[in-house]
Design a protein around this ligand. Structure first.
Ligand code: AP5
Length: 215
């Protein structure tokens, strides 16, 4: 099963992808996490991606496609994967279909998590992310058990460099201009399920499971 999780920044893609991955025993593949890892490693892709990420604009398609193709070829992705934050342009969606077709696979379902803009800003400004393993927390709604320390790996948690008001505004605009058309691409192919992303994390998870059971 290749499942695509879509939604604006802060909609809860990473939160729900991690839960689905545990539930379905397939890996969560987040292009945001892969890019942040590339930056931490100081790789060429990481260096080229940094400016785009901090500004809240999209990293060029060729860099992201190279990363995802390499990741999906790894053994743990053979049974499937939860794609979180990819594809984000129609060109990426077309390339993903081509890439999967070459391996005789296809996108099984696309779930779009919908949340309004005010809630998105509140969620992102409250977010804390582990700099070591990428686990996600929220200052008020889901604080780490020990302040400043990741529950999973004991690494340090802090705000992401792109979680500031200017970058959030740019990311929302980028989503509207470049990523929303991907929803039309999948809706046209009858593959899109829309899910209300407001309310508690457990409620959203249940709605996604319901959507997947009819997809
Ligand atoms: P990426 O890391 O993908 O960021 P994003 O899409 O902006 O999404 P976020 O990670 O901000 O949010 P999310 O939906 O995962 O929400 P989360 O679960 O964390 O991308 C970063 C950058 O990398 C991009 O701007 C771009 O530059 C580049 N990039 C990545 N992919 C790319 C691609 N394919 N092409 C080109 N460039 C790419 O939740 C947010 C907060 O809300 C958390 O604190 C969480 O605890 C809380 N929360 C979650 N659910 C709930 C709930 N139900 N109620 C209350 N709080 C909640």
């Amino acid at each position: 099963m290749i499942l695509v999780l879509m939604g604006p920044p802060g909609a809860g893609k990473g939160t729900q992808a991690a839960r689905l991955a545990a539930d379905m025993s397939i890996p969560q593949v987040s292009t945001g996490d892969l890019l942040r890892e590339a930056r931490r490693d100081g790789s060429d892709i990481g260096k080229r991606a940094a400016g785009y990420m901090d500004a809240g604009t999209l990293v060029p398609d060729d860099l992201v496609i190279a990363l995802i193709e390499r990741r999906l070829e790894q053994g743990d992705c053979k049974p499937g994967a939860i794609l979180d934050g990819f594809p984000r342009t129609v060109a990426q969606a077309i390339q993903l279909d081509d890439m999967l077709e070459r391996g005789q696979r296809q996108v099984g379902a696309v779930v779009s998590i919908m949340v309004n803009e005010d809630e998105i800003v509140e969620r992102i400004l409250g977010r804390l992310t582990c700099g070591q393993c990428g686990a996600v927390f929220h200052r008020l709604i889901k604080p780490p058990a020990v302040a400043g320390q990741c529950d999973v790996c004991e690494g340090g948690v802090s705000s992401r460099s792109d979680d500031n008001e200017d970058a959030i505004r740019t990311r929302l605009q980028t989503y509207t201009n470049q990523t929303a058309p991907v929803l039309d691409y999948y809706a046209g192919a009858g593959r899109l399920e829309k899910v209300d992303g407001t309310g508690g994390m457990d409620d959203v998870f249940e709605r996604i499971q319901d959507a997947l059971s009819v997809a």
